[in-house]
Design a protein around this ligand. Sequence first.
Ligand SMILES: Nc1ncnc2c1ncn2[C@@H]1O[C@H](COP(=O)(O)OP(=O)(O)OP(=O)(O)O)[C@@H](O)[C@H]1O
Ligand SMILES: [Mg+2]
Length: 141
Amino acid sequence: MSRTELTRGPEGTESAGAELAATLRPGDVVLVSGELGAGKTTFVRGALRSLGVEGPITSPTFVVGHLHERENGSIAHLDLYRLAGMGAEDPGLLDPFFNEDTIAFVEWPEHAEDAWPAGRVAARVRLEHAGGDDRRIAIER
Ligand SMILES: Nc1ncnc2c1ncn2[C@@H]1O[C@H](COP(=O)(O)OP(=O)(O)OP(=O)(O)O)[C@@H](O)[C@H]1O
Ligand SMILES: [Mg+2]
């Protein structure tokens, strides 16, 4: 199933993230694609907020990911932008982010194919610039 939505500012994209988050279960992996500045982190921020993550939510830049601990299963937020080609050197690098009770959001998933258990991908999100503050968000489930 796939649906597309147009948002007119960051708040709308955060809401879309929260809406998807409400359907997720422990262990789910969400792949979030789109060009630089398309709104991937904004989408994930909305999702993480609604899942109870507090504090600043930014794109992990100098580390591959953040693991937000919660009582009912951790939430992982990865950004694989700088990982291109490095995955094979340390195959276990990403494992801590994909525990079976962790919900994981992955920005730039195309930079590390097969880094997560394939059967756990619950949704694929694609964001596109659509002029100004407009963004097109396609969610495939
Ligand atoms: N409709 C919108 N949805 C999302 N972000 C928007 C929208 N309109 C404007 N913006 C702005 O666009 C920027 C999107 O940045 P964001 O960090 O979410 O993108 P990104 O895809 O994660 O980029 P990167 O690939 O660098 O990690 C933010 O400054 C945000 O406020
Ligand atoms: Mg980002």
